[in-house]
Ligand binder design. Structure first.
Ligand code: BDP
Length: 710
């Protein structure tokens, strides 16, 4: 007995002596990080949640609120009015005559009202999904430090299709990924659908993302076989209550590879019949399947051009197959061919513009933000505004393939905002890319926006804390492109760390300057595509010997003894002519071209005079150094925030910022060493010499860098 007591006491002492285990801050919670609210804060938490209706979606909304309020209360008794979840059809809600008409099928309205003669915070919408979105909006409101009393919010999405594109392969690898393996465990699906899939759906529904393409655009036909459809159906079942539909990338040659047909010619009736039957099979497995995404005749993928047919022929064939089931086709405009000697930046426009008006009405053409390929900065793609008869879907890259992967802090909210706000001037001023994409400019029924996901199996989902912000910013702007990147940054920081202006202000400031820093130290003044072949992690502007000309960095910078830059004016490729006449005129003249895009449009002598009074050469070096300086500044700023951020996430970001500074120096030094080998110019006054000679940088090799597709 005594021994037992002694053991018990010893065990108790051991427990008491243990340091209190800190709540794990591993980033898993994303923006759904519910922690006790500061005592005496603005929010009186609701006394309860009342759910009117019994659907999986309403139950999910209730579960989210209950879980959040319990965690936020931290033991303090609730004092606020109860929250009521009720659709517009609820008789009591109907009697309130609330302005619900503009909310569409996914929007929400939140108001403090009286229901059943007691005060209530009502979350309502025209559908259960609207109510769910409202529940997440209310939590965002509280989690950013705002009071519930008197709350009044209403919002509806401006763009219809708000999709993630996963570049995930069936073997678990992720093309251009850096956050671990794919989160889809195809091997254990469909039997095992672990909690991670639900948490994925929660995180996306909180932003209003309503669809996800599960597999890589460089698709395998196997995704369309019965076993894989069953696996996709299991994911669709998890996502359905959260208003998220499943889509698949389709391999154009699937009728040959799976069906044994001799051709995939879109005009061949047997091929059409194969796709019709396949679509029927897909919809039998997944009744609310969204549709197909297709990369065709690009970078080795099969497509209609293999049979002398147009992209419209290919898209329309698939569109006919999914139309009876209510499906859509997203046909990518990311095409360029080594057989086409014309400027790569012109090729998508040349190919697609003449097809305007020829696509079936359930087809969207999906266009990357810029005409080359997700570079740190590109002018907006000239197809925006140029195809008024076709709904154009904007494709953004959330994953930072060309912006330093997960170790460089680069907030893409500013980049997304830049392209959305760009004025196409077609047909006249005020025709922003956002208005093309949301369908309002040309009155399209369909509208869409896609983000290439940066999600992987890493515990923190995105490979770094700050890369979560890019997923977040994409989702928020997809819902409402009028939000500002800065407000989104502050809102993200409040939910991710704490709703304290002493933290959110400096963090948002770091984020707002971060993408320009990357532009500065990698590809200043409109330069592009200077990265190492294959891995895309570091600089290799000297590469000029790859088989396809447009895969060589030298193709893009065109630097020589006299000057640098790609002449896209009438004396060069004349890509400027693909823009609206006033823009074409502006871009045709170096004096009126924004300096940020100068070398994108012009080949200029090294001694060209810049607005600053410096020569182009001195300005380039200045920008590289400014980029490094910004990283140094971010490191300082982040250090001062140590008392306001948990140790685990603070240390990770601090370490990554150190890597970023090292890499920024590498980009700067390697680039300068190379430019000097061409121009023979001395370093501008005060500029430091590169740490190594050019050969040293050329000799670096990274065969095992993450994200490499092979
Ligand atoms: C490029 C990527 C490549 C993708 C391609 C695409 O390097 O891996 O397959 O885009 O968008 O940026 O299809």
């Amino acid at each position: 007995m005594l021994t037992a007591l002694r053991h018990w006491l010893l065990a108790l002492a051991a427990i008491l002596l243990l340091p209190t285990p800190a709540l794990a801050e591993d980033g898993y919670d994303l923006w759904l990080r519910y922690r006790p609210l500061a005592a005496g804060g603005a929010t009186a938490l609701p006394t309860g949640v009342e759910r009117r209706g019994d659907t999986p979606t309403l139950r999910a909304a209730e579960a989210e609120l209950t879980r959040a309020f319990a965690a936020m209360a931290g033991g303090t008794p609730a004092r606020g009015a109860r929250v009521v979840l009720a659709g517009a059809a609820d008789p009591e809600v109907a009697r309130l005559n609330l302005p619900l008409a503009d909310l569409g099928s996914e929007g929400y309205l939140i108001r403090q009202v009286r229901l059943g003669n007691a005060p209530a915070i009502l979350i309502t919408g025209n559908s259960d999904i609207g109510v769910l979105h409202g529940a997440f909006a209310l939590l965002r409101h509280v989690n950013t430090g705002q009071a519930l009393a008197g709350i009044e919010l209403a919002s509806a999405p401006r763009i219809g299709l708000r999709l993630l594109n996963h570049w995930d392969n069936l073997d678990g690898s992720v093309e251009r990924g850096y956050a671990g393996e794919s989160i889809w465990d195809w091997w254990t699906l469909p039997e095992y659908t672990g909690p991670r899939y639900t948490d994925y759906a929660r995180a996306n529904a909180a932003l209003g993302i309503n669809g996800t393409v599960l597999n890589n655009v460089n698709a395998k036909a196997d995704s369309l076989t019965a076993p894989y459809l069953e696996k996709a159906a299991a994911l669709a079942a998890v996502f359905r209550p959260y208003g998220i539909k499943v889509y698949l990338s389709a391999r154009f040659s699937a009728p040959v590879e799976l069906g044994g047909l001799p051709t995939a010619d879109p005009l061949d009736p047997a091929v059409q019949a194969w796709w019709d039957a396949k679509a029927t099979e897909v919809y039998r497995a997944i009744p609310d399947f969204g549709g197909f995404l297709v990369k065709a005749n690009s970078e080795g993928q099969p497509g209609p051009r293999d049979y002398g047919r147009t992209h419209a022929d290919g898209a329309n064939m698939l569109a006919r197959a999914v139309a009876p089931h209510g499906g859509i086709v997203m046909w990518r405009a990311f095409v360029y061919a080594d057989t086409d000697p014309d400027d790569r930046a012109k090729q998508a426009y040349t190919e697609f513009k003449p097809l305007d008006g020829q696509f079936a009405d359930n087809v969207l053409v999906q266009v990357k933000n810029g005409a080359i390929d997700f570079q740190p900065r590109e002018p907006f793609h000239p197809l925006f505004g140029a195809m008024p008869g076709t709904p154009l879907m904007l494709e953004l890259q959330i994953t930072k393939e060309y912006l330093g992967y997960n170790t460089h802090l680069a907030y893409l909210g500013t980049m997304f905002e830049e392209v959305l706000d760009a004025d196409t001037m077609l047909p006249a001023a005020g025709a922003s890319v956002a208005r093309v994409v949301d369908g309002s400019l040309d009155g399209h029924r369909l509208s869409g926006i896609a983000g290439v996901a940066n999600i992987g199996a890493d515990r923190n989902w995105s490979g770094s804390t700050f890369d979560q912000a890019n997923w977040y910013a994409f989702g928020r702007l997809a819902w409402d492109h009028t939000l500002s990147a800065e407000a989104i940054a502050a809102e993200w920081a409040a939910q991710t760390f704490r709703p304290d202006p002493a933290l959110t202000g400096p963090v948002a400031a770091m984020m707002m300057g971060s993408r320009q820093a990357v532009v500065d130290y990698m590809t200043p003044l409109g330069l592009a595509h200077l990265m190492g072949t294959g891995h895309h992690h570091g600089p290799a502007p000297w590469i000029a010997d790859l088989a396809r000309p447009e895969w060589n960095p030298a193709y893009y910078h065109r630097a020589d003894r006299q000057g640098i830059g790609f002449d896209r004016t009438a004396s060069g490729s004349n890509a400027v002519a693909q823009y609206a006449p006033p823009l074409a005129a502006r871009f045709a003249d170096p004096a009126t071209t924004p300096e940020a895009d100068l070398l994108w449009f012009h080949h200029l002598p090294w001694d060209h005079r810049m607005q600053s009074g410096r020569t182009l050469w001195a300005e380039l070096v200045h920008d590289y150094d400014r980029g490094i300086g910004s990283v140094v500044q971010m490191r300082r700023q982040w250090d001062t925030l140590a008392p306001l951020v948990d140790a685990e996430r603070h240390a990770e970001t601090a370490a990554f910022l150190a890597i970023q500074q090292r890499d920024a120096q590498w980009w700067r030094d390697a680039s300068i060493a190379y430019w000097r080998s061409l121009n023979g110019l001395p370093l501008p006054d005060g500029a430091a010499a590169p740490a190594h000679d050019l050969d040293w940088y050329k000799a670096l090799s990274f065969p095992y860098a993450p994200g490499h597709p092979d």
